[in-house]
Design a protein around this ligand. Sequence first.
Ligand code: FAD
Length: 504
Amino acid sequence: ARGLVWLRRDLRAHDHAALYHALRSCQEVLCVFVFDRAILDALPGQDLQPRPDGLRSDRRVEFILASVQALRERLRGMGGELLVRHAVAQEEIPKLARALQVQAVFANRDDEPQALERDAQVLGALANAGISFHTFKDHCIFERDEVMTQSRTPYTVFTPYKRAWLAKVDDFYLKSYPVHHHAQALMRMPEVAAGGGELAGLATAHEALPTLQALGFAPTNLPSLQIPAGTEGAAAMFERFFERIDRYDKTRDYPAVRGPSYLGVHLRFGTVSIRELAAPAHQLALQGNSGAATWVSELIWRDFYLQLLSHHPQVGQGKSFKAVYDRIHWHQGKHADALFAAWCEGRTGYPLVDAAMRQLLTTGYMHNRLRMVAASFLCKDLGLDWRRGEAWFAQHLNDFELASNNGGWQWASSSGCDAQPWFRIFNPVTQSERFDAEGKFIRRYVPEVAALPDKLIHAPWRASPLELEAAGIRLGEHYPQPLVDHAQAREASLARYGVVRGTE
Ligand code: FAD
């Protein structure tokens, strides 16, 4: 039999569930990646102003392109081929499967609502042509119904979920799929592709990759950031992280410190497999390494939010997990729009929040502690709808993952399951003093206030005129006055959230 492996968010040729199953069950296996117009054409781009050349910039598209290129070289080295198309995937896959005369298409599961809809359509079209469609768990350790409460309901609280996850995990779930054992089934283009009709264009289509420009995108600063693409990039980053994993629990909350792994983007696009990260970390954790145990816990959060989205798809479509939170009246209108723009662009007058938002704009990354601070500031200090912030993060985060981003936003806005209680409100100055005490991170992204002494850098408006002058700062000119007064904003937030009182 001949099989087609459709790669989506799993851009690697090792430890890959769909590829492994295809190679085991077919004599001939081809691989394809589609730059899906349905996804790419809808991306708003990451530019603050529209570009004169009509292109958009998006670091993720560039990351994917580089990773696809590396993957193709890898597959060719193994005797195979990666077809690369720029089309609407749900039309292209059935067309290609027919043209290549395959009996089956294999893919790894994606449980985001839009992906499920796309896959259901592909399944239908393939079935009409007598071609089967097989999907596999690959993106997480446990999916869907695999970790459930004793009464067979999905968990909605993290700690018991984590306990059940750790009780269930073993070598079976952590071992990798040995793709290389069966690699002889990988094939280059079949003879048939040189024919005419439906096959016209296929033979040449696999020669060159589309350029970034042909996809509609302009080059970004991705090459200057320390996130090498492809599986080699992921492996190098993991190796470096593994050397400091012992300290992860102590360093992870300090944005100026190289504490976290920065592997989110690789997990997002599958240039690393979750199993190759979780297995050695879990091993270390079992030996009593508290840094590794904390890191595994973060990987479990990822599974937690993925299963949550699969059980409650409405949260990914603009609904609060706790419906009563949809009754909150958020600020709207021109003033709200101005507040939102200031938040997006890092002009709130709160240095840590501004540093965070500028880190996101200039690198596509934001430290976890700062995601919590910036998200809380948006909904609880500015009184803006968390969905606006969620969309901004979705547009800019390299590691944007619908389940985790939504989970994080609903945690911060208190509307989620197992969220921050609505009456608990981060103080952005206290957070700054605690997690960036020396202002190192602030100085990196908000040079306007760099000359202030450490104790004043967290709240420049508390500096005396003399102190401001000594630092060469005129507030409202060089750096904004704070958009809101935190104490007042806090009271307003408690009043706004009052509609949910008694429901918690
Ligand atoms: P590390 O600290 O090295 O953690 C390793 C991996 O564990 C991460 O790459 C990620 O896959 C997973 N992880 C860590 N923390 C969490 C968490 N709280 N929830 C789910 N998974 C986690 N994470 C995303 O992957 N994509 C998002 O779009 C996203 N949006 C977020 C939005 C908000 C408002 C908040 C508060 C958090 C969000 N997170 C998101 C979770 C977390 O901030 C990032 O996973 C982490 O900062 C990524 O950096 P890292 O790879 O260096 O993480």
